[in-house]
Design a protein around this ligand. Structure first.
Ligand SMILES: Nc1ncnc2c1ncn2[C@@H]1O[C@H](COP(=O)(O)OP(=O)(O)OP(=O)(O)O)[C@@H](O)[C@H]1O
Ligand SMILES: [Mg+2]
Length: 378
């Protein structure tokens, strides 16, 4: 288990903290991912947990051991962790065997030669590199080197595995394969894992839980499905997946149902808008795969709520799907539909935005929608 509470880290000379008060818990055996844009503080958080940085304040607990608090700072070599760095840093002048054996040879507790041999072979078998012990590390492919660095991180059988963008140096095809391989290794060993990436597909496909970071803070935490389908704010909606964003203003709101009528450049849209009163400026988000297209012209009228008349501007055929760009009054809308659906440029279509698929955020932007903004609207 990893527990991080109110972690703050400011680099010397920096005007704002790189990590500005981060808290999260990784359950025993869990696969937890910090996801966010470049510079948001992912690596800094990981380095604090590894003991490679000393935080300004906060608490870090690994298993039952507090390794960082006001009064405690346990150095890296006494923390029970394995770490894989972004550039996986295998040692080129050593064989595969010696790369993996190294942490056992330099470790504080002495490990007997026969024990080293057994553990190295076990680790290499785990990552599918058995039989390559005598090769030089540089004679491995990129994917094999990556697995070698995982074997090296696991050989001391640590409680916790820290992975900093371990797949980002691999080509696209290999990266995809290594996702499932890495996850299988993690499941087999059952090791508590903290993964850092700026790649949303990696994060969503591999993790039990994901924390989205922005400017040194976690802005949302949850299971991949919840993060994707219920982003807490505009930043998360825009960062994860592609999203149609419509600026609008609430015209009226039914206090009982919570549904609001919202004026946008595309037309009037009905949406669940709990917490957004009449007159409020809002941002509406709809995923392209949730936008439904029908052939023909919109009937208009109140019964046709959220069915807007549009014209096809262009269709991008990808094989799996087609991404249509539609002109809906003053707004460009993207829709991703089955590649069997075939429209031509200039076709009239009805663009349906299902109420359940629409998320409404306050215009204040990337602040968490539910918190602390009440005073700012006046
Ligand atoms: N050693 C350092 N000294 C000073 N500033 C640093 C140092 N390392 C990182 N920073 C700054 O701290 C902030 C957070 O950096 P960090 O490396 O944690 O980001 P990251 O989320 O891992 O980004 P990336 O996706 O690019 O790896 C950035 O603004 C960065 O410029
Ligand atoms: Mg980083």
């Amino acid at each position: 288990m990893i527990e991080v509470r109110d972690l703050v880290k400011t680099y010397p000379g920096a005007t704002s903290p790189a990590v500005a008060g981060v808290s999260f818990t990784v359950e025993q055996g869990g696969f937890y991912t910090l996801l966010g844009p470049s510079g948001c503080g992912k690596t800094t958080t990981l380095r604090c947990i590894a003991g490679l940085e000393r935080p300004d304040s906060g608490m870090i607990k690994l298993g039952q051991t507090v390794v960082v608090s006001d009064r405690i700072f346990i150095p890296t070599y006494r923390r029970d962790i394995g770490m894989v760095f972004q550039n996986y840093a295998v040692w080129p002048h050593m064989t595969v065997f010696e790369n993996v054996a190294f942490p056992l040879r330099v470790g504080k507790q002495k490990v007997a030669g026969s024990e080293i041999d057994r553990r190295v072979r076990e680790s290499l078998a785990l990552v599918g590199l058995a039989g390559l012990e005598k090769r030089m590390a540089t004679q491995l492919s990129g994917g094999q080197q990556q697995r070698l660095s995982v074997a090296r991180a696991l050989v001391r059988e640590p409680d916790v595995l820290l992975l900093d963008e371990p797949l980002s140096n691999l080509d696209a095809k290999l990266r995809e394969r290594m996702r499932s391989e890495l996850l299988l290794i993690q499941r087999r060993v059952g090791i508590t894992t903290l993964f850092v990436t700026h790649d949303q597909v990696e994060a969503l496909s591999m993790s039990d839980r994901v924390a989205i970071m922005d400017r040194g803070l976690i802005v949302q935490e949850g299971a991949p499905r919840d993060i994707y389908h219920a982003p807490a704010n505009q930043f998360v909606a825009g960062f994860i997946g592609s999203t149609n964003l419509f600026a609008g203003r609430v015209i009226s709101r039914d206090a009982e149902t919570g549904q609001a009528l919202i004026e946008t450049a595309a037309g009037r849209i009905v949406a669940d808008a709990e917490g957004h009163e009449a007159g409020a400026d809002v941002m509406i988000a709809v995923r392209p795969e949730d936008v439904v297209l029908h052939r023909g012209r919109s009937a208009g009228g109140p019964e046709a709520a959220n069915s807007l008349g549009g014209v096809v501007e262009i269709g991008l055929f990808t094989g799996v799907s087609v991404e249509y760009h539609l002109r809906v009054a003053g707004q460009l809308v993207q829709s991703r539909v089955s590649s069997r659906i075939d429209f031509t440029r200039g076709d009239d279509v009805v663009v349906e935005l299902p109420v359940h698929a629409i998320r409404v955020f306050s215009m204040a932007g990337s602040e968490p929608a539910a918190e602390g903004l009440a005073g700012q609207d006046a």
